[in-house]
Design a protein around this ligand. Sequence first.
Ligand code: 5AD
Ligand code: SF4
Length: 452
Amino acid sequence: MNATDRKLRKLHVVTHGCQMNVYDSARMADILRPLGYTTVDSPDDADMVIMNTCHIRERAEEKVFSNLGRLRVLKEEKGGEMMIAVTGCVAQAEGELITRRAPFVDLVVGPQAYHRLPELIAQAHRKQGAVIDTEFPAEQKFDHLPDNAAPQGVVSFLSIQEGCDKFCSFCVVPYTRGAEASRPAASVLAEARRMVAGGAREIALLGQNVNAYHGEGPDGKTWGLARLLAEMAEIEGLERLRYTTSHPNDMDDALILAHRDNAKLMPFLHLPVQSGSDKILAAMNRKHKAEAFRRIVGKLREARPDLALSSDFIVGHPGETDADFAATMDLVRETGFALAYSFKYSPRPGTPAAALPQIAEDIKDARLYELQAELRRQQNAFNAALVGQTTPVLFTGAGRHPGQIAARSLWLQPVVVEHPTALTGEIHQVKITHSNPNSLLATLLSKEQIAA
Ligand code: 5AD
Ligand code: SF4
């Protein structure tokens, strides 16, 4: 096929990893749609499969190769008539190693090159052997976003910042996603308006270091995230704003005050801290102490008393002693999290921490177990405390069972409501009746009940 061939083609995209990859996968489908590609739900029906991969931990990478094994069988069954592309961070990090290990892969494309997909696919059709593009081009990736994005729904994600300059000792992101870059504010706002016109009521701004956002404003000045959020809040029909994921050092006062002053900004913040030990924070190259995190949390809660926090933790980073881990547990108990993600340290090739003496696996297991038990306890307590309360939820669509509809709380919890009509896109007061570890049940309140 060449780029001008409009024959109908079927595309299946598999997404691993973070929200940024979910966003990128949707953009790749947008880029390929003008070439005649429609998306299908199963690789069985596809002419082309894109596997958008994650490299953050070893297990994510193993998953890529086991999934590729399954695609190889499918490709053989189709007599070779299925193009396989590997994209995302494993593509960026491993490049041609992927095609050496999986020679049936046709294309390997890093996150900086998605706008070249049509050309690369055409090349792959012409060429014997795989086409690989993992260049970091001089031009900005944000220069090439398509403006024909398919609507994502009531809750939409919008990428505004990409890459990272922080070089935490454990992390591959600065290597796979490159240097920090911010999308110009006008382009963000234009996409947000299109999303709202397409039905979005809640938008989450995405970036690997989203609170380091420093995009060019329409006034020629550099805008920080607080300024961008203020402008987003002016968009009529857009009701809720979030941003993820952030670094404590970029939590400046303007952004903290946005949690007080921007009424559309939701009272929930994902702020990874990774460890509560100053020694390990230094070894991780996080460039702040545990005390700084405590101080920021204090200021945020002062600005927005109902703010709930989420975080990321790593246990078993090289050098972590029992006392260091105890400091993490202290920080967790003291702070109180509504939600948190915790991981065993996983050495990533090429990162500084991977070269250090490693902590034994059974010690990592035991620490993770203890940490997750406490985090689970906090999450359950946070959810349970909402039972009996009245709170506004945003309805997102049908529920899993007939007669149920799905919604989302201010604090990101899925809420299930018994109701015959979907109410999609509307915000209503509900009374929380029951809490589960990962969701809430609620009943819709009538106008009279709310007034009473
Ligand atoms: N090992 C374990 N966890 C990691 N993360 C990033 N790199 C690693 C690694 N090498 C975690 C961090 C980060 C989250 C996205 O993944 O907690 O915040
Ligand atoms: Fe990775 Fe640290 Fe950058 Fe986050 S701030 S993406 S953990 S290097």
